[in-house]
Design a binder for this molecule. Structure first.
Ligand code: NAP
Length: 487
């Protein structure tokens, strides 16, 4: 790592828009700053796309669609495979770039680069497995041919918390399926996506297949593209509030949608659980990405007989976590993304303590520079505390005791969200019973991490629509066509 300088990785990134295979400035020449959340300093300026640039990007994606859909699946897969190799080869410098713009510790950024690359490896393999069917009609006189075709040009919108992986999780299946794209990364973390676009171009992705818009006006640039009608799909990862708004916009031209939205994960620990494993899982589920993950454990429900020991041990682990700039050796708790995030976490903790929660460790923001909040454990958190119903998106673990299985399940399901739930128990029957009753698209059963490119990731209720990854991930970018054959 020592050979890679911070300034060097930032300088190396193209900071213009990537449209039709070319790096171009915004038509009006505007730029906006990218900040380092651990210092508040400006890292660099990137092009600030206007609605007119958006239309140019969509034009390029539409123009490239027909030829791209005809590229052999094997060739599409091999482009992804080459991009996978390049991501792995450059993991150290890409991790440093990510840490600078997003704040998470270097080890976690490197983990994300590997995770992101794995989506390309997975979908390189899936590109050649798009299937179809041939069947005899029930009345025996005709035949059914079923084939799958790319949806068409897609709009992709990604959040700041996983700046690379949320992109590859969409770009991988879109490339494999033969769709062209316009992607808009979060304004706070555009550099990872710009670096990724350069890697895909180097891997041989044809001009116009991927177009990247960085902008400080996400709504102003994307709404006209959604309403244009030429793009046939929107795949969005972000908050439920923005997702709802985008679904309304998509209704106009009936776009296909994939929605990976917010979470409010419950983490259930039963008295029969392996407590060592539960503490390890809790640390992962809570502290991965400094708590800024849609899968982050948001509410800990712990059975009365073990709640004291669980709380004490979790507190010991949380107070031992080194805090600092993500580039420093050994740091686990990096900065939150911005001042607003620190204010939100502070407000949720104050609300909980005013309603009777006790602070076991942490509980305060840290003076700047940078947007730091202490790793925090709260206990006796009442069920009506705001953090029981809102995403915390920070390093705060609220613990509430429960007595019965029914009570725990009712509390866990008492949310509009349904992304992931975690369950710790050593009783096989209980594990399956509880997993089936929890209202979530994913269950972490005796483990604190569910994300895996080979598994279907996604939520139910207001956590989203559709799945990313796994064997179903490519279906989000394919249309099924049935040909009725007369014999
Ligand atoms: P966000 O505010 O919803 O933003 C997500 C993306 O949408 C950003 O690129 C943002 O651009 C863009 N955006 C915002 N308003 C828009 C509009 N009116 N039209 C078009 N685009 C718009 O969410 P975030 O704060 O970046 O990310 C955190 C949220 O994402 C959390 O709720 C988290 O749970 C969720 N998330 C879900 C998953 C999942 O797989 N389910 C994964 C990761 C994160 P700007 O940056 O310019 O605002």
């Amino acid at each position: 790592m020592s050979s890679i300088s911070e300034a060097g990785v930032v300088t190396a990134v193209d900071k213009e828009l990537f449209i039709g295979g070319k790096w171009v400035p915004a038509a009006d020449g505007k730029t906006f700053p990218v900040l380092d959340p651990s210092t508040g300093e400006t890292l660099c300026e990137v092009a600030d796309a206007s609605p007119a640039d958006g239309v140019s990007a969509l034009d390029a994606a539409v123009a490239a669609q027909a030829d791209w859909a005809n590229v052999a699946p094997r060739e599409r897969g091999e482009i992804l495979r080459r991009a996978y190799e390049l991501l792995i080869k450059r993991a150290d410098e890409l991790a440093l770039l990510m840490t600078l713009e997003m704040g998470k510790p270097l080890a976690e950024s490197k983990g994300e680069i590997t995770y992101a690359a794995e989506f390309f490896r997975w979908f390189a393999e899936e590109a050649v497995r798009i299937d179809g069917g041939y069947a005899v009609a029930p009345n025996g006189t005709g035949r059914f041919l079923v084939t799958k075709q790319p949806v068409g040009p897609c709009l992709l919108i990604t959040p700041w918390n996983f700046p690379m992986a949320m992109g590859t999780r969409k770009i991988g299946p879109a490339v494999a399926a033969g769709c062209t794209m316009v992607i808009k990364p979060a304004a706070q973390t555009p550099l990872s996506m710009l670096a990724l676009a350069a890697i895909l171009a180097e891997a041989g992705l044809p001009e116009g297949v991927l177009n990247v818009l960085t902008t400080s006006d996400s709504g102003g640039v994307m709404e006209p593209l959604i309403r244009d009608g030429r793009a046939r799909k929107l795949s969005f990862t972000g908050s439920t509030g923005v997702g709802r708004k985008l679904l309304e916009q998509c209704a106009d031209k009936v776009l296909r949608t994939s929605m990976e939205l917010g979470g409010n994960a419950p983490f259930l620990v039963f008295e029969d659980a392996d407590l060592d494993a539960a503490i390890e899982g809790a640390m992962t589920a809570k502290m991965r990405n400094i708590g800024e993950a849609c899968t982050a454990a948001n509410r800990f429900y712990v059975q009365r007989g073990v709640v004291e020991e669980f709380s004490r041990r979790l507190t010991e682990r949380m107070e031992a976590l080194p805090m600092g700039r993500g580039t420093e050796e050994g740091v686990v708790v990096g900065p939150l993304i911005d001042e607003g995030a620190v204010e939100k976490v502070s407000g949720l903790v104050s609300d909980a303590t005013e309603r009777g929660a006790r602070v076991l460790t942490g509980g305060s923001a840290v003076d700047g520079p940078g947007n730091f909040y202490q790793a925090t454990v709260l206990t006796d958190v009442p069920k009506d505390a705001r953090l029981a119903s809102e995403e915390i998106f920070g390093p705060v673990a609220p613990i509430t005791p429960f007595d019965s299985e029914d009570e725990a399940i009712a509390a866990a399901n008492d949310t509009e969200f349904g992304l992931v739930s975690y369950v710790y128990t050593s009783d096989l029957k209980r594990a399956l019973r509880v997993s089936e009753r929890l209202e979530a698209g994913m269950i972490g059963l005796n483990q604190g991490l569910v994300s895996n490119p080979a598994a279907p990731f996604g939520g139910i209720k207001q956590s989203g629509l559709g799945r990313e990854g796994g064997t179903v991930g490519i279906d989000e970018f394919l249309e099924t066509k049935y040909i009725a054959v007369a014999l």
